[in-house]
Every structure is written in C-alpha cells, then in structure tokens.
Write a protein that binds this ligand. Structure first.
Ligand code: URA
Length: 244
C-alpha cells in the first residue's frame, strides 16, 4: 500500500498515534499496520475483485427477502445435503459482525450459527470483551453445512458470499471479526496463513469495513495454549472499534 493511502486510512480511523492497551494500562506498541485485504487472488479463496462484482447480486434486497432467498437457495450442491440453511443471528443494528466458516452438525440441525461447543467458547470470548451474544451479529461464509465438516470449496464460497455481502451492507457493522483461517482467507481473498493475518486491521470489500482476524474457537478447544493469542486479538479488535 502506498504511504499516502496508508495515511488516509490512518486519518480516517484516527490511528496516527496508535498504542495497544495492556492489562496494566497503555503500553508502548508498534504503530498499527493497515493491511491491504485483497492482495492475492488465490485459488483456495474467492478472489476479492470477483467478490466485489458478485456483491451486486443481492443489491437492494431487504432482510426478509434475503432470508427467503437463502432458505430457498440451490446455487451449489450443499443444498442437497443440508438439513436447513443457517442464515445468521443477532442484533441487526450490531457494531460487531462475527464471521465463521460454515455450519457444523449442530448448527445444521438447529438453524443457528455457533450453537455447539465452539459456539459456547465463542460466547465466552465475546463476554471477555464485554459483549453478549445478543449484542453482536454472527454469520458464516457458508449458509449450508459441508458434509463431514470438510472445508468449503471455491464454488461454494463464491456462490454463497454475496448473501453475506448483502448482510454486511444491511448491517453496516463497525468491525468484522473473522474467526479462523477459512473465514479470513475467503473474506480477504488471500491464501496467507492465519498467523500472518492476525494483529492487523484489514479492510473488507467495497464498504472497507475494518476486519480483524483471530483463531477459530474449535481450534482453541483443540489447542488451548493458543487462547492467550486469541485474547490478544480480541483486545486488538476492541481497540480498533474504539477508534472508529
Ligand atoms: N463453526 C463455524 O465456523 N461456524 C459455525 O456456525 C459453527 C462452527
């Protein structure tokens, strides 16, 4: 990113003199890097330019119509194996939008994102930064469960992302939190690792919503030693939104 554009982003966010708060007050920290969210068009994630065009597909659609379109969707083969679609849940005026990968077995059964064990941990993570589940909006890159919880493929993500993009346009969140590598890569159109994407402010799509990346709660359940890093990411995101 050229330095002028970077300065404009910093100005817009009021982030010229960025410091990261610690539990003991305000600590010296490196200045905030604004990452360019759409640098590489990678085969494993939907390229950002394609997403910007496809964002128009649901243009002008309101919440009710969008929900109906998702419920009736047969744009990819996951419609044949799902129990039901999982649209998203939460406050339609939320400042925070949490985006995961795809519904799992429990979500497919109940029609709501993050209601299994990973969902319980997600709720605790939100609580840790003072947010109740009801205050935020929660959605996934995919609205349908991939069989056996396999990773979404490129076609599925490309067909489904316009729904999320319309949700974002209606919601107008102040910040997006991508949980997990798959969500982050698909939202940012990159193949970079999660480790390379966290602790930066990315920008999502045409709306340029600030986007922060952290670990997926299911991964944290398997690897609890990484919870400390997730906590750092949550504090980072909280600092970002406090400056928007
Ligand atoms: N994992 C996700 O990424 N999303 C869900 O809704 C549930 C588990």
């Amino acid at each position: 990113m050229n330095s002028q554009l970077r300065r404009e982003y910093l100005d817009a966010l009021g982030l010229k003199t960025w410091t990261l708060r610690t539990a003991h007050g305000t600590a010296d920290a490196p200045s905030l890097e604004i990452a360019s969210g759409a640098t590489s068009a990678a085969p494993a994630a939907v390229p950002a330019p394609a997403r910007d065009v496809s964002a128009m597909r649901e243009a002008g659609v309101d919440w009710d119509e969008l929900r109906a379109r998702v419920a009736a969707c047969t744009r990819c083969s996951l419609s044949a194996t799902r129990t039901q679609t999982v649209f998203g849940v939460g406050n339609p005026h939320a400042d925070w939008l949490i985006v995961g990968e795809a519904p799992g077995a429990e979500e497919d059964r109940r029609g709501e994102p993050f209601v299994g064990r990973a969902g319980q941990l997600l709720n605790s993570m939100l609580h840790a930064i003072g947010l109740a589940r009801e205050q935020v909006y929660i959605a996934n890159v995919l609205k349908c469960r991939p069989p056996g919880n396999r990773d979404p493929n490129l076609t599925e993500a490309a067909e489904c992302l316009p729904y999320l993009e319309r949700q974002i346009a209606l919601l107008k969140p102040k910040i997006m939190l991508a949980v997990g590598r798959i969500a982050a890569q698909n939202l940012l159109g990159t193949e970079k690792t999660l480790g390379a994407l966290r602790q930066q402010v990315h920008r999502f799509g045409l709306s340029q919503v600030p986007l922060v990346v952290t670990y997926h709660p299911a991964y944290l359940l398997r690897t609890p030693t990484e919870k400390r890093k997730a906590w750092e990411d949550l504090k980072f995101a909280r600092d970002v939104i406090s400056r928007v």
